[in-house]
Design a protein around this ligand. Structure first.
Ligand code: CA
Ligand code: CA
Ligand code: CA
Ligand code: CA
Length: 347
């Protein structure tokens, strides 16, 4: 059993050059089983994730889980940049003795047909549960795709590939999403933001219901940092949890007992104790070059003093440098401190 923390615990501290925010166990704002035949979209008490490997009409990543946190209430949105120190998502399993814990990446070739010349057998039991960013199609965005929005703008029958409005994605340097939902048949590898880890469990073991699985986001990836930065600026962090464990039985599905993971959603009666949570340590940084001339110096102080005094702000940079909702002497003091070489130092 986890230690229950109801609500969100905040530690806020204004420091020399940014706002440090440390949030523990922020409850998920929306969670949604992204499965085309979901009869209770958005309000299911548990959501599974599995594959339909190379089955026509179904994505390889057939059932995915969308998780979202609306962060503007506890992390300043619209910051010029964010120094990401730690991002961790935690989910709780809702089934016992059903899926094999796999804490390492599996190559996509291990899901090819056994007759494929490039096929290599999976080296360890099970399939990792992976965390990716969310991509959108059909005109949807993080702002418009809510917890109960339709899976796709087309009917579920006959089943169609590549139509889900939100999907597990990887991103390029420009922030463009590539859907990885059909990566087995499209034959490409992908790197998740994190693999779900269960401390104390060995690979190949099967966890009990109520076991915490944590995804510690790999922040060494620039495209991952950019993705999270875009989400925090917008106040909407979105992730997709997905596994390529086949729905049942042998490759691609078929008969047999279920062997794929499932997790509690926030609508479960025992939520929030077993709802998804976010732990994040971040420093929100404003744009200090308020006069937008490319350098940080006394001219910026003069510019900001003028704005605080009611003068115009032709560059449009947010003058509320400490994110406290006011534009005043404190912001000028902060800017002077920064120009003098002050640095952020989070508690
Ligand atoms: Ca939900
Ligand atoms: Ca494996
Ligand atoms: Ca400047
Ligand atoms: Ca201020």
């Amino acid at each position: 059993m986890k230690t229950m923390v109801v609500g969100t615990m905040l530690t806020l501290a204004s420091v020399a050059a940014g706002q440090c925010v440390s949030v523990q166990q922020a409850q998920v704002s929306l969670d949604r089983w992204m499965y085309g035949f979901n009869s209770t979209p958005g309000v299911e008490t548990s959501a599974s994730t599995f594959g339909a490997i190379s089955q026509a009409g179904f994505d390889d990543r057939d059932a995915q889980v969308l998780l979202g946190w609306n962060t503007a209430g506890y992390i300043p949105d619209g910051a010029a940049s964010y120094l990401l120190r730690s991002v961790r998502i935690t989910l709780y399993t809702s089934v016992s003795d059903r899926f094999f814990y796999d804490p390492t990446a599996d190559s996509v070739v291990s899901l090819y047909s056994t007759s494929d010349p490039e096929y290599v057998a999976d080296a360890d039991p099970g399939r990792p549960v992976e965390l990716y960013g969310a991509g959108y199609r059909n005109g949807m965005t993080a702002a418009t795709f809510g917890e109960t929005t339709a899976f796709a703008p087309v009917p579920p029958f006959p089943p169609q590939e590549g139509v889900r409005s939100v999907f597990a994605a990887v991103f390029d340097e420009a922030g463009n999403a590539t859907d990885i939902s059909r990566q087995v048949r499209q034959r490409f590898e992908s790197t998740p933001m994190a693999i779900g880890m269960i401390p104390g469990l060995t690979g190949g073991e099967r966890p009990n219901a109520g076991t915490a699985m944590s995804f510690q986001v790999d922040l060494s990836s620039a495209t991952t940092r950019d993705y999270i930065t875009r989400g925090l600026r917008e106040g909407r962090l979105r992730f997709i949890v997905t596994s390529l464990e086949p729905a049942s039985g042998g490759p691609g599905g078929g008969t047999g007992s279920p062997s794929y993971p499932a997790f509690y959603m926030r609508e479960n009666l025992i939520s929030p104790a077993f709802g998804a949570t976010l732990d994040i340590d971040v420093v929100a940084l404003p744009e200090f070059d308020v006069n937008q001339d490319g350098s940080l110096d006394q001219d910026d102080v003069v510019y900001l003093i003028n704005v605080v005094g009611g003068g115009e702000n032709p560059n449009g940079v947010d003058p509320d440098l400490n994110f406290d909702g006011n534009t005043d002497q404190d912001d000028i003091s902060l800017l002077i401190n920064v120009i003098a070489g002050g640095e952020y130092a989070c508690p």
